[in-house]
Design a protein around this ligand. Structure first.
Ligand code: RIB
Ligand code: CA
Length: 341
């Protein structure tokens, strides 16, 4: 029997690598990365994870957008994460203060008035970079070598949508866009049908989808399978450094609402799952599918419809990540936070 289980294990490994083979190879090389974000508790954890991983991720800049809270607060919180990671050389550019079309919506009920629960916020020492995030995206992506820059989208996709609308040719500089957003099997978190980032600006997400860039979605389908637990939070607290303390305090506060609402034993760290995918894609599984976004008024507003079984026989336009190794994620997060002060 031992021989058979070993063979099964090998076969599973072969299947997994074939699904993510290209991504796994990509995961090995160092990426030029722009992180577009609306910090946000889980955004800050994602920023710390990315900024603690310079061997794999060359973070060119952080661009901020209104989302969880107003733009002035998401921008301050991005600067706080940068300071806490000891990476103040990374510029932070503020971007869009509101969505493309719909009225602004925030998630301060989840992330707190300051957009960062569980910790004391303050004005960081280093300020914003000069200039708007959209102009930075256009300038940087226009001048970049072909398909060389990865963009991690951790909030509403407004900044990139504005850049693509003004300068469609910037797709040439983009390697791929990895989005925290959407939901299909899991259902939504802001409505039964829609996930917050898509609900907050579905028109922007449509512009990005229509641009034809290589696109990966890390939806609630997978982030709701990568949950905190007492043991996982304890392993982070055991780091006995400021980063571990801060992330533990942030997550302890942040996950309360999801745990109560969904009756879950722990809460998701949505945005950090995107960075983990970039660092260790082999922790995840998914498949290339056709996805559509609903931006019509009504109960389906902001919904992502993932054609997982290819029913519509439409062109595959996203890699839809549907599962992940939760313990592997928290072990990676813990190892990288250990590098910080
Ligand atoms: O639905 C979760 C997403 O919305 C995360 O990016 C969280 O930070 C909020 O922006
Ligand atoms: Ca976010």
């Amino acid at each position: 029997m031992k021989g058979i289980s070993l063979l099964n294990g090998l076969l599973r490994g072969v299947v997994l690598m074939s699904v993510l083979g290209a991504a796994a190879v990509q995961g090995a090389e160092r990426r030029d990365l722009i992180i577009d974000t609306d910090p946000g508790a889980d955004d800050v954890v994602a920023l710390l994870l990315a900024l603690a991983s310079p061997e794999e991720l060359n973070v060119l800049a952080i661009t901020t957008v209104a989302g969880n809270v107003r733009l002035d607060k998401t921008s301050r919180n991005a600067r706080l994460a940068r300071e806490w990671a000891g990476r103040e050389e990374v510029p932070v550019y503020a971007g869009a203060p509101r969505p493309l079309v719909r009225t602004p919506i925030y998630a301060d009920n989840v992330h707190g008035q300051e957009g960062l629960p569980g910790v004391t916020v303050y004005e960081p020492a280093k300020g914003l970079a000069q200039g708007n995030a959209v102009d930075y995206l256009i300038r940087t992506l226009s001048q970049a070598p072909a398909h060389s820059i990865t963009i991690a989208m951790l909030g509403p996709q407004t900044n990139l949508a504005l850049a693509l609308t003004q300068a469609p040719e910037i797709t040439r500089g983009i390697k791929e866009v990895v989005v925290m957003g959407g939901a299909h099997f899991n259902g939504g978190n802001i409505t039964p049908a829609a996930e917050f980032n898509l609900f907050a600006d579905p028109h922007a997400a449509q512009v990005v989808l229509d641009s034809g860039v290589r696109l990966t979605y890390v939806p609630l389908d997978v982030t709701h399978k990568i949950l905190t637990s007492e043991a996982r939070l304890a392993q982070i607290a055991a780091l006995d450094n400021q980063a571990g303390k801060r992330v533990g305090d942030i997550l302890n506060e942040y996950v309360k609402l999801d745990m109560a609402h969904y009756g879950l034993p722990g809460g998701p760290v949505h945005d950090a799952s995107v960075i983990a995918w970039l660092l260790q894609p082999e922790l995840f599984t998914g498949r290339r599918i056709h996805m559509a976004i609903d931006s019509r008024e009504g109960i389906g507003f902001g919904q992502t419809v993932a054609d997982w079984y290819g029913t519509l026989k439409q062109p595959e336009n996203v890699l839809w990540v549907e599962n992940g190794d939760a313990q592997g994620f928290f072990d990676l997060l813990t190892r990288r936070l250990a590098r910080l002060k």
